[in-house]
Ligand binder design. Structure first.
Ligand code: ZN
Length: 337
């Protein structure tokens, strides 16, 4: 076995990880059977092809379809609490020191008519229990799902604001092609006023203009994916100079056909241009990967050198939504191990 590319003297971070895209297959099956839900199969192996992706899909929205089996089992707040807890447990088993778990409360609430605020409370409860038991440091990122439109996004924002102190950052995700960031300027002003950090899914489906809008219109300090940013040299310089971090998700981008294959991914171009690019999982439950896969298999396949992989690990610590003091603590804890 080749040794892992992860530097174990440095903290390991996953900054782009959807809680509602990371439900264990076993949990889907168990909750589905317990609540008599219409599952497409009644065994793990039977269920796998419906929930997980193995071959590239024709676009992000086809990929997003897979989420329905994950949120479909969120029949009550206990289920929401459970999947949050299990995400922290899985992170601990992977040796992750700090993870930012993101989710769209409206999306999680929708299938079974839950109250989005109740979802945020249940997730908070599950994360707290997981942190206490496993010692992984966790921060929450609240997502506004673009595809419900600006009106519902206001209600989703209210649910997140009801637990303002539990949330670290606000994100915009979903159908970037049909629901432009311009529609969400007011929401993100409120998010910034609440003291939250801002990260935006941009440049995944549409071009560099969407990344500019995320920065200038929504106040993004980090960008999720940003694949199309490489088409605009001025934007690349801007990202590097303003230390706007990029959350790369290599396998996700291959599976959604955002890039043709790993070697076509622009992550090494980001790193060569001085952009603070990082390695993350996105939806590991759907992609059937973990963070180790991204470091050890996806990153080398995307042409990253060992030094660039280590740089990505250091970049994650730099752009994490943590104070200087908290970052220092993560480093010290690692050195003591
Ligand atoms: Zn994402």
């Amino acid at each position: 076995m080749t040794p892992s590319k992860i530097d174990t003297s440095l903290p390991l971070l996953d900054l782009h990880h959807h809680l509602d895209g990371s439900v264990r297959l076993e949990t889907i099956l168990e909750l589905g059977l317990k609540h008599n839900l219409p599952l497409p199969a009644k065994t793990l192996e039977g269920l796998r092809p419906y929930v997980q992706v193995s071959d590239p899909q024709p676009g992000v929205m086809v990929f997003i379809e897979k989420f329905k089996w994950m949120v479909g089992v969120l029949v009550d707040y206990d289920a929401c609490r459970r999947i949050a807890f299990e995400n922290v447990e899985d992170a601990a088993h992977e040796g992750i020191d700090y993870i930012e778990l993101r989710y769209s409360p409206w999306f999680m609430a929708e299938a079974h008519g839950l109250n989005p605020q109740g979802v945020v409370e249940a997730v908070t409860d599950g994360i707290r229990a997981g942190q206490g038991q496993f010692g992984v440091r966790v921060n929450q990122i609240g997502i506004l799902s673009r595809h419900y439109g600006p009106e519902i996004a206001h209600q989703e924002l209210s649910a997140l604001l009801s637990c303002k102190n539990e949330i670290t950052a606000l994100d915009l995700a979903g159908d970037e092609g049909n629901f432009p960031g311009e529609w969400y300027v007011d929401h993100f002003k409120k998010g910034r006023d609440a003291g939250w950090h801002i990260t935006i899914h941009a440049g995944e489906i549409t071009g560099p203009e969407s990344v500019w809008q995320a920065i200038r219109g929504l106040g993004a300090e980090r960008i999720g994916h940003a694949v199309h940013a490489v088409e605009d040299p001025a934007l690349m310089v801007y990202l590097a100079e303003h230390r706007i971090g990029v959350e790369c998700c290599l396998t996700s981008n291959v599976q959604t056909s955002t890039v043709a294959d790993y070697p076509s991914h622009p992550m090494s171009t980001f790193l060569n241009s001085g952009v603070l690019a990082t390695l993350n999982t996105d939806d590991p439950g759907i992609s059937a990967i973990d963070l180790h896969y991204e470091y050890d298999l996806a990153a080398p396949a995307a042409g990253l050198t060992a030094q660039q992989i280590r740089q990505s690990q250091m970049n994650a610590l730099e752009i994490a939504f943590l104070s200087k003091n908290e970052k220092q603590k993560l480093i010290e804890r690692k050195q003591k191990k």
